[in-house]
Design a protein around this ligand. Structure first.
Ligand code: MRU
Length: 353
């Protein structure tokens, strides 16, 4: 496909989610890059708390973690009746769903788990485990397919800028936008990689450039505020980002700061690519202004490592996602295909059925 020659394993060493058979082990993203440690979750409520606290983060990864959370919740039940199990599990599913509001992958994964339960027999517990495994495996396969398809859009010798962390850390492996960058580097198309810090949580500074370093991919960190200047100097030809929810008209919610990157890209003639699996597409939401935008603790802005860095009495507002209108997006890359100049008609043609 696309004639790209990619050694997937050479450029993909990090795995954020491990199922041990008894517990879900999550690479703790709150303390990377200096401390590389897995936190073990043994109940669905521990998984919900890990999602809320950003121990695990990134849209596909929180969907996968939630699926394993349902498996853990099922372990505690004695019933052989799947209907009874579904009734008893529902409160745990609701708590998982409430952990974070913006990324649709969370609700999508829980819907899949409910559907499996509804069609299962007395082996419903094993059926849930098979489904969680399938969600994880499908995500990796989708990322590899998107990597090839997205990289094929990028001309040889290009520079790219990415935002937040969309890599193996945010998925079951390989990554979405970072998967395109991995594939583009592996194929020799991408000559320069830039990553934003991604304030206030610093997913770019703490996670993306660390993850790329694990795979031997050279990357340059910039302050978020340096992005327009970078574009003006001609060093990047594409901005490549992930997504937390793509609406029926192509409007895309992603990490706060994505929208201003898209505006700056349009101004400078830099192309803008969104890379996300179909589990991130929400055809039930017509347009971006209907998406709930998560707001987190203002303390993320007012302090560093628990120590206040801003004068007492100062308030902060901390929305952690924004919406990029589809008119600013040159391509949406999914495992089902590439949509150039996305709009409601093109979205319907690819995802309507
Ligand atoms: O708050 P986060 O770190 O979970 O936000 C993650 C992002 O916005 C990512 O860009 C998005 O989920 C795509 S991850 C493949």
């Amino acid at each position: 496909m696309n004639g790209l020659d990619i050694d997937y394993d050479r450029y993909d060493h990090v795995r954020p989610i491990r199922w041990t058979g008894d517990a879900l082990e999550l690479l703790d993203q709150r303390i990377l890059p200096y401390t590389v440690v897995h936190a073990a979750c043994r109940s669905s409520d521990e998984v919900a708390e890990a999602i809320r606290a950003l121990t695990v983060r990134g849209a596909p990864a929180i969907g996968i973690a939630a699926a394993w959370g349902v498996v853990l919740a099922g372990r505690g039940l004695e019933t052989g009746d799947p209907v009874d199990a579904a009734r008893q599990l529902e409160p745990a599913l609701q708590r998982l769903n409430a952990a974070r509001p913006t990324a649709v992958n969370l609700a999508w994964a829980l819907t899949r788990m409910r559907r499996v339960l509804a069609g299962a027999g007395r082996d419903w517990c094993d059926a849930l485990e098979r489904e969680a495994r399938a969600i994880e495996a499908e995500d990796l396969a989708a990322n590899r397919a998107m990597g090839r398809a997205g990289a094929a859009l990028i001309a040889s010798g290009s520079g790219v800028l990415t935002h937040c962390n969309t890599g193996s850390l945010a998925t079951s492996g390989f990554g979405t936008a970072l998967g395109v960058i991995r594939a583009g580097v592996a194929d020799g198309r991408i000559a320069r990689v830039f990553a934003t810090e991604t304030r206030p949580w610093n997913q770019g500074a703490r996670l993306t450039v660390w993850e790329l370093a694990q795979d031997g991919i050279d990357a340059t960190l910039i302050a978020d505020s340096a992005a327009s200047h970078l574009m003006k100097t001609g060093q990047v030809q594409w901005v490549v980002v992930g997504a937390d929810r793509i609406c029926a008209n192509g409007d895309t919610a992603n990490k706060i700061g994505t929208y201003q990157l898209a505006i700056a890209a349009k101004h400078h003639g830099v192309k803008f690519m969104v890379v996300a699996p179909s589990s991130t597409v929400d055809m039930a939401t017509a347009q971006g202004d209907l998406i709930e935008i998560e707001e987190r603790d203002p303390g993320e802005l007012l302090s560093y490592k628990g120590r206040r860095t801003v004068a007492e009495g100062v308030r902060a507002w901390n929305p952690v996602f924004d919406v990029t209108p589809h008119g600013l997006i040159d391509a949406i890359v999914t495992e089902r295909g590439v949509l150039e100049r996305p709009d409601a008609t093109r979205m319907q043609a690819l995802f309507g059925a």
